[in-house]
Design a protein around this ligand. Structure first.
Ligand code: ADP
Ligand code: MG
Length: 397
């Protein structure tokens, strides 16, 4: 689960991290009061969306020469104007995809003088199963780009959970970042605070890009991106409350309400499968036959008829879907339950596209019978590759 920059900064402030003072603006008429509450002489107006690259991003509605999602302002009036201009508009960055994201919240914060922009991140390293620090002198840039062109400028190491964070970890980072004197001390302290926040709040990722060194030698967190372990939200009610559903894919949001594992993709073939492994194999084999999956969907082991109906409705609500492949291996899941769910869904929402159904396992004969007697226009398949071949053929002709 992700949260907005302004929420991330508030959380980090509670852990003692150095962040600028700022105000969130949800509607145009709040903009002036928000900007006026800050000291100036420089204001920074920042679009709040769950995607990075806002500074270099572009608004769909932008006029010639108009700036991206991070703008400087020299007066309260100017800051309020910029905030108003961003609200309700659609910002496209390299992380949003071409559709972009609507800006519903704008953060106005004090501007900072920047001497150097640095990069600092914490993440769960799957290889070592530990929390890792990543840092680089090349802040403000895409870290993927730095990793590709100048990997020697990135330092990464993991922390032994038995010792936890130790000041020498911080000194190692400070040394790599070329920090001296008070900035070195601040770095050691900041990293301890970040590590504590990361562990206590069940984060998966914490990225500060940039962390800045200011002319006076102080450090400041200028951007913050936090990602949390969704499975831990039951014990993090404060974090769960920060969820902004408008930032999520509407189909994924709907799926999460029914406990379905659904991920929207760009292809044309909708898939309804039970079991994550079979779902992956189904996506692979669709690609093998020359088409692209429109989604990943695992309805789970013990899905009910209602759950299957919802899953089918979510797939058909996707305008990119030109055909549907239902691929079920009935182990715990019974094929007749799937068949009833599919029929119930088709009755409710209709069927505009070809549907291929492959059933195997528990109650398979019963399932096939239910579908055959339904009067629905369903193409039956005998096995996985037969199913993939038939749906791709039906869609592509
Ligand atoms: P994004 O990564 O989404 O583009 P950032 O918050 O990193 O957004 O902002 C982009 C750039 O804008 C930063 O690298 C920094 O140069 C500048 N910037 C952001 N916030 C401030 C601020 N409060 N004061 C001065 N410059 C800022
Ligand atoms: Mg940034």
């Amino acid at each position: 689960m992700n949260i907005h920059e302004y929420q991330a900064k508030a959380l980090l402030r509670d852990y003692g991290c150095p962040v600028s003072d700022g105000r969130i603006v949800l509607s145009a008429n709040e903009a002036k009061t928000a900007a006026g509450a800050l000291d100036g002489p420089l204001w920074v107006v920042k679009a709040q969306i769950h995607a990075g690259g806002r500074g270099k991003g572009k608004f769909k509605e932008a006029e010639a020469g108009e700036k991206g999602g991070v703008r400087l302002a020299k007066s309260v009036e100017e800051a309020a104007e910029e905030a108003k201009k961003m609200l309700g508009k659609t910002l496209v960055t390299h992380q949003t995809g071409p559709a972009g994201k609507q800006v519903n919240r704008v953060y106005i914060e004090d501007g900072s003088d920047i001497e150097r922009e640095l990069y600092l991140a914490l993440l769960v390293d799957r290889v070592t199963s530990r929390i890792s620090f990543v840092c680089s002198t090349e802040g403000g840039m895409d870290i993927e780009e730095v990793a590709a062109s100048t990997p020697e400028k990135i330092l990464s190491f993991s922390v032994d959970p038995a010792t936890g964070y130790q000041p020498y970890h911080g000194r190692r980072v400070a040394f790599t970042l070329g920090l001296e004197g008070p900035a070195m001390k601040q770095c050691v302290k900041l990293m301890g605070q970040l590590y504590k926040a990361f562990v206590e709040k069940d984060m998966e990722m914490l990225e500060i890009n940039p962390l800045i060194l200011m002319p006076g030698g102080n450090l400041k967190v200028l951007d913050a991106k936090l990602g949390f372990d969704g499975n831990a939200m039951y014990r993090q009610p404060d974090i769960a409350n920060l969820r902004d559903e408008t930032e999520e894919d509407s189909k994924e949001l709907e799926a999460s309400k029914y406990d379905l594992n659904y991920i929207a993709l760009d292809g044309e073939i909708g898939c309804m499968v039970n079991g994550a492994g079979l779902a992956m194999a189904t996506m692979d084999i669709i690609k093998l036959y020359g088409a692209e999956p429109a989604n990943f969907l695992d309805v789970g082991g013990g899905a009910t008829k209602e759950k299957v109906t919802e899953a089918f409705k979510i797939i058909t609500s996707d305008k990119n879907v030109k055909g549907i492949l239902v691929n079920i291996f009935g182990g715990i899941m019974r094929c007749d339950v799937i068949a009833e769910g599919v029929i119930a869904a088709v009755k409710e929402v209709g069927l505009q596209v070809p549907l291929v159904v492959r059933l195997e396992g528990t109650n398979v004969e019963l399932g096939k019978e239910i579908i055959a007697n339904s009067g629905m226009n369903v193409i039956a398949a005998d096995n996985l590759s037969d199913g993939a071949e038939k749906i791709v053929k039906a869609v592509k002709g």
